[in-house]
Design a protein around this ligand. Structure first.
Ligand code: DHK
Length: 145
C-alpha cells in the first residue's frame, strides 16, 4: 500500500524566491514542490503540497489530512509562533507531524524561538534551507513504513 503525505506551507511562503533571499534562499515554492515530488516518487509516497496565507484554511487542511493521510510535513511560517488553533488541530489529527523551517529560527529574533508546533510534532528540522523538506520526506517515509 502506498502512503500519502501532505506538505502544508503557511503565510508568505508563496513569496519564496524574492522574499529575503539571504534568509530563505533563492528557490521558489514551485522549485521546492518539484524537488519534493521527485523525491516522493523515489520513496513511493503520494504527495499533496499546498500553501495558504490563511490560518483557518491551514486548520481545515490539517483536519482533512487526519482522515486521509499518513503524515503531515508543516512549515507554518509565522503561525508557528502564534497559533493555538494550529496546535490544537495537530493534537487532534492523530497522524505524525514533522515541523520544518528553512531558516535556523534559533539564530533569529527571540519571538521566533517559541513554536506552538514543536510540542506536538514528532520532530523538528530547521536551518537547512529547502533541503529540510527533503529530510522531512525521508523521515515521513520511515515513519509510515
Ligand atoms: C518561515 C517564516 O515565514 C517565518 O515566519 C518563520 C520560517 C521561519 C522558515 O524559516 O521557514 O519564523
Amino acid at each position: 500500500m502506498s502512503h500519502s503525505v501532505t506538505i502544508i506551507n503557511g503565510p508568505n511562503l508563496n513569496m519564496l524566491g524574492t522574499r529575503e533571499p539571504e534568509i530563505y534562499g533563492s528557490e521558489t515554492l514551485a522549485d521546492i514542490e518539484a524537488k519534493c515530488r521527485t523525491l516522493a516518487g523515489e520513496l513511493g509516497l503520494e504527495l499533496d503540497f499546498c500553501q495558504s496565507n490563511t490560518e483557518g484554511e491551514i486548520v481545515d487542511w490539517i483536519q482533512q489530512a487526519g482522515g486521509s493521510q499518513s503524515a503531515i510535513i508543516l512549515n507554518a511560517g509565522a503561525y508557528t509562533h502564534t497559533s493555538v488553533a494550529i496546535h490544537d488541530a495537530l493534537l487532534a489529527c492523530g497522524i505524525p507531524v514533522i515541523e520544518v523551517h528553512l531558516s535556523n529560527v534559533f539564530q533569529r529574533e527571540e519571538f521566533r524561538h517559541h513554536s506552538y508546533i514543536s510540542s506536538v510534532a514528532k520532530g523538528v528540522i530547521c536551518g537547512f534551507g529547502s533541503q529540510g523538506y527533503e529530510f522531512a520526506l525521508r523521515a515521513a517515509a520511515k515513519l509510515t513504513n
